[in-house]
Design a protein around this ligand. Structure first.
Ligand SMILES: Cc1cc2nc3c(=O)[nH]c(=O)nc-3n(C[C@H](O)[C@H](O)[C@H](O)COP(=O)(O)OP(=O)(O)OC[C@H]3O[C@@H](n4cnc5c(N)ncnc54)[C@H](O)[C@@H]3O)c2cc1C
Length: 425
């Protein structure tokens, strides 16, 4: 390609990673063109954190990687280069006040996700980044002489745009209604990149047990959820979950889904909920004995309201095998033990994950082995940079995924600008 200082760095995708990449590149003085196929930037950001955008997690940076089950090492350089505190400073110095909540989750103080996008848009404007909306990229262009290199993009309209470098930030396949329809996998693959197996992650789980839908809408706080494959424990954690018409969801379940990628769906997996994790079996027995003493003249079905939420009571009663109409003073110790077992080991059989439509993120993506971790440049096609969810990295909920998008976008933008400056002299 002719060394033409007029060719911009093209950023494909105006989501979190793409907008940050464009700001970082333009901040280094590069000419930047941001292409977004939607009618507006950051469509997914609007729905993050239930409309409040949990935009990072201000844990200590060393702790960050414990929240990244997939390829954390690849992220060391970019996360240390633009860590959660630097991200908070970046937004705050541009006028976005933040609020830190439980678990170091960082939100805009206004609780409006749109304020995150607005801050980025204002910065893009200040840095004179050219933005083209309703602009779908169809293909990557490469040149072979004098060296094999990315040379631009072809739009859906057929128009060819030449570029000094191309940053792909097209996101994953989850929530495709926001524009993340997986186009970037095709682009990267056409450049010669390996795409690891894609699956929905941070996603609700389907359950086979017939009594689960009865509890649809019921939320449980502070429960323990464990999943096993034979003797092997695949997941074990505490938190909040909810029953649905097909199975289970909620933060605890979404985290579990990230750990069950390899096993789930291939065979049924057994899971159990400990409904009273703060009580040992002995303490729970004392509690039940006390409740039963206070209700000794009632029948069983009317004596459990202090122990379980209303929607769960019929299910627990059936699973315990104790007749619902049995007088409480007639309940035997063996029956009580069975009630304790059901409470501490509420069993379910997990059958699979829900689809990409409902997934917070995509597991899998462009293999990180073929991407330079400090610059995000492709090791296969020079001049091509990759950032955000498109890469084979993913994290748990809590602001970690957006932090990955900011950090990888920032690294890609800064490196592409430095390389462009060097090439164009
Ligand atoms: C419901 C929900 C809630 C979430 N909540 C949080 C949260 O609170 N905290 C958190 O950390 N993470 C959250 N996430 C995850 C987070 O939103 C993503 O990890 C993050 O948005 C990924 O950023 P990205 O820029 O890589 O991709 P995206 O945000 O998906 O952006 C990709 C952009 O590229 C555009 N694009 C795609 N193909 C083309 C093409 N061919 N031409 C032009 N443009 C194209 C798309 O339209 C899109 O705008 C949530 C996700 C969902 C679905």
């Amino acid at each position: 390609m002719k060394k033409d200082s007029e060719n911009p760095i093209i950023v494909v995708g105006g989501g979190a990673a793409g907008m940050m990449a464009a700001c970082a590149a333009a901040g280094e003085g590069a000419k930047v063109l941001l292409l977004e196929k939607n009618e507006k930037l950051g469509k997914k950001i609007y729905i993050t954190g239930k409309g409040r955008c949990n935009y990072t997690n201000c844990c200590e940076t060393e702790d960050f990687f414990r929240h990244v089950p997939c390829n954390p090492r690849f992220l060391y350089s970019s996360i240390y280069g633009f860590d959660p505190h630097a991200v908070m400073d970046w937004f705050e110095s541009r006028g976005l006040k933040s609020a830190v909540e439980r678990g170091n989750r960082v939100f805009p103080a206004s609780s409006r996700a749109s304020d995150v996008t607005k801050t980025l848009e204002t910065e893009l404007k200040r840095l004179r980044v050219e933005i083209r909306l309703n602009c779908e990229v169809r293909d990557l262009l490469t040149e072979k002489e004098p060296e094999r290199r990315v040379s631009g993009v072809r739009l859906g309209t057929g128009e060819l745009l030449r570029a000094e470098a191309v940053i792909l930030a097209t996101g994953g396949k989850s929530y495709p209604s926001t524009g993340s329809t997986g186009d970037g996998y095709r682009f990267a693959s056409s450049a010669g990149h390996k795409i690891t197996e894609l699956s929905p992650s941070l996603v609700p789980i389907t359950v086979q047990d017939a009594d689960i839908p009865e509890m649809q809408g019921l939320s449980l706080k502070n429960v323990r959820f464990q999943v096993r494959d034979g003797r092997k424990t695949l997941f074990d954690d505490f938190g909040e979950m909810m029953f649905t018409h097909f199975g289970v969801t909620g933060p605890l379940i979404l985290s579990a889904s990230a750990n069950l990628q390899k096993q789930i769906g291939k065979k049924p997996l057994s899971a159990e909920i400990d409904l009273k994790p703060a009580l040992s079996e002995e303490k729970l027995d004392l509690r039940i004995v006390r409740d039963f003493e206070q209700n000794s003249n009632k029948v069983f079905r009317n004596a459990v309201s202090g122990l379980y939420p209303a929607r769960m009571q019929p299910v627990i009663i059936r699973r315990s095998g104790i007749p619902a109409g049995k007088a409480v003073h007639d309940i035997t110790k063996a029956e009580r033990m069975e009630l304790i077992r059901v409470t501490k080991h509420f069993q379910m059989t997990l059958t699979g994950l829900r689809g990409f439509q409902e997934a917070v993120i995509t597991h899998g993506g462009v293999s990180v082995k073929e991407v330079d971790p400090s610059t995000m440049e492709s090791r296969i096609l020079p001049g091509l940079y990759l950032a955000g969810e498109l890469l084979d990295v993913d994290a748990y909920t809590g602001g970690f995924n957006l932090q990955i998008a900011w950090a990888t976008g920032h690294a890609a933008g800064a490196a592409a600008a430095a390389s462009a400056a060097e090439r164009t002299g």
